[in-house]
Design a protein around this ligand. Structure first.
Ligand code: 5RP
Length: 227
C-alpha cells in the first residue's frame, strides 16, 4: 500500500483519538514532518474545539496559519493536552529516534510540555533496536568538530548535515552506525557533551501511544504491545 495513504490513515486515527479523549478547549502540540503534516490537514474538521496550537517548527506553524488555525508561543499557554508527531524509528518501549526534519529540540520541548504524546507513523518505522536511522544531534556551531569527536568515541560515525540550519540557528550531526540497546543511557550521555543542544532520542519522554499504519489498518500500540 502507498506510504502516503498509510500516513493519512494514521493522521485520521490520531484526530479521532484527540477528539474523543480530550476537552473542548484543546491545547494541541503539533509536530514536524510529512506525517505530522497529514495530521495538520485534518485539524480544520475540529477547528471550533481548538483553543491554540503550539508548533514544533516554523514549517508546521506556517501550515497551521495557512489553514486558519491559531498558533501560539509555548510561553503564552499552559501545559498542552496532547502532542501529535511522527518519528524516524520506534522501539518496543515507544522510545523514538526523531529529528529527520531537524526539528528535534523544539519537538522534545513540546512533547515534554504535553500530557499525552501520540506518535503517528507508517509500519516501516517499527524497529527492534534503535539506530539504523542515523541519530540526529543538534549542536552549537562552534562545537561541531568537538562534539563530532566525542560522538565518534561512543562508536558512531557523525556526519555534518551541511545544508541544514535549525530553527534555533544551530547545526545537525547525523550519527551513523549506533546500535542503541539502552536509549535512555545514550540520550543522557550525548546530552552531557559540551556544545550539544539536544539529541533525537526520545527515551526519557517516550511516546505514550503509537498509531502505526499497516496495510491491514491502523494498529494502536502501547509500550507493552509492540513486538
Ligand atoms: C522531524 C521529525 C519527524 O517526525 C520525523 O523525521 C518523521 O518524519 P516523516 O513523518 O516525514 O517520516 O522528527 O524532525
Amino acid at each position: 500500500m502507498d506510504q502516503q495513504v498509510l500516513k493519512e490513515q494514521v493522521a485520521e486515527a490520531a484526530l479521532e483519538r484527540v477528539a474523543a479523549r480530550h476537552s473542548d478547549r484543546l491545547l494541541l502540540g503539533i509536530g514536524t514532518g510529512t506525517t505530522a503534516e497529514c495530521f495538520i490537514r485534518t485539524l480544520p474538521a475540529i477547528r471550533s474545539r481548538i483553543e491554540a496550537t503550539v508548533a514544533s517548527s516554523e514549517r508546521s506553524a506556517t501550515l497551521l496559519e495557512e489553514l486558519g488555525l491559531p498558533v501560539m508561543d509555548l510561553n503564552s499557554v499552559g501545559p498542552l493536552d496532547v502532542y501529535v508527531d511522527g518519528a524516524d524509528e520506534a522501539n518496543a518501549q515507544l522510545a523514538l529516534i526523531k529529528g529527520g526534519g531537524a526539528a528535534l529540540t523544539r519537538e522534545k520541548i513540546v512533547a515534554a510540555a504535553s500530557e499525552e504524546f501520540i506518535c503517528i507513523a507508517d509500519a516501516s518505522k517499527r524497529v527492534g533496536v534503535l539506530g539504523a536511522f542515523p541519530l540526529p544531534v543538534e549542536v552549537i556551531p562552534m562545537a561541531r568538530s568537538h562534539v563530532a569527536r566525542e560522538l565518534a568515541q561512543l562508536g558512531g560515525q557523525p556526519v555534518w548535515r551541511e545544508e541544514t540550519i535549525t530553527d534555533n540557528g544551530n547545526l545537525i550531526l547525523d550519527v551513523h552506525g549506533l546500535q542503541i540497546s539502552d536509549p535512555l543511557d545514550m540520550e543522557t550521555r550525548i546530552n552531557q557533551m559540551a556544545g550539544v543542544v539536544c539529541n533525537g532520542l526520545f527515551a526519557r519522554r517516550p511516546a505514550d501511544v503509537l498509531l502505526l499504519g499497516t496495510p491491514a489498518g491502523v494498529e494502536l500500540v502501547t509500550g507493552s504491545t509492540l513486538s
